[in-house]
Write a protein that binds this ligand. Structure first.
Ligand SMILES: [Zn+2]
Length: 195
């Protein structure tokens, strides 16, 4: 099956015209958010965020993790503990917060945030106060939780636009060998997009 797929791609590649299967902006920015999430040490939930300005420039990325100086090895990653002081919830910085604080521009006014999971109420406050105007999220799996309901209540009041990202394709593969296909006079072994 894999060989057949490769054959089809080889036949369809047109080296004289613009590529038609390039990533669109939504795919690209959400993929950056997801790639950033791969850095997370959290055993349960890995969330990434990517902030983009009106000129489609990435000005920040972030993922959920311990604050600087708080060792990943020493601080807890458990959810439920007998001693509340041993719960990760007291310590972990969410992806949205890290992205906003790590921006490489003066501010994030009028920017769009791409994020893997709908923001919690605490992140929603920070998103609103930072001047971000639009949130594009992937999953809304916590929609029943009061934190999410409160976040939406605040977004609505503050006129923050939010919408769900519908992935197309469902997967994006990165093949580090792909750049070499020209030199080696051979086609990439994996397609960029898999539906
Ligand atoms: Zn949050």
């Amino acid at each position: 099956m894999a060989n057949n797929e490769q054959t089809i791609i080889m036949q369809e590649r047109d080296v004289n015209n613009k590529r038609q299967d390039h990533l669109n902006w939504d795919d690209y920015f959400m993929a950056v958010a997801f790639l950033s999430a791969k850095r997370s040490k959290d055993p349960c939930t890995q969330v990434g965020a990517c902030i983009v300005d009106r000129m489609q420039r990435i000005i920040a990325v972030g993922y959920n993790g311990m604050p600087r100086g708080c060792s990943d090895e020493e601080f807890p990653w458990q959810k439920h503990t007998n001693n509340k002081l041993d719960s990760k919830y007291l310590y972990v910085c969410h992806a949205e917060v890290n992205a906003i604080l790590n921006k490489n521009s003066y501010d994030v006014q009028n920017c769009t945030m791409y994020v893997g999971l709908f923001p919690c109420n605490e992140c929603a406050k920070m998103i609103i106060q930072s001047g971000i105007k639009k949130v594009i999220y992937m999953s809304d799996k916590h929609s029943h939780k009061i934190e999410t309901i409160a976040a939406k209540k605040m977004f609505d009041a503050a006129s923050i636009e939010y919408r769900q990202y519908i992935p197309n394709p469902g997967k994006i593969m990165i093949d580090f060998d792909e750049i070499n296909w020209n030199d080696q006079n051979q086609l990439p072994t994996t397609p960029l997009k898999i539906n």
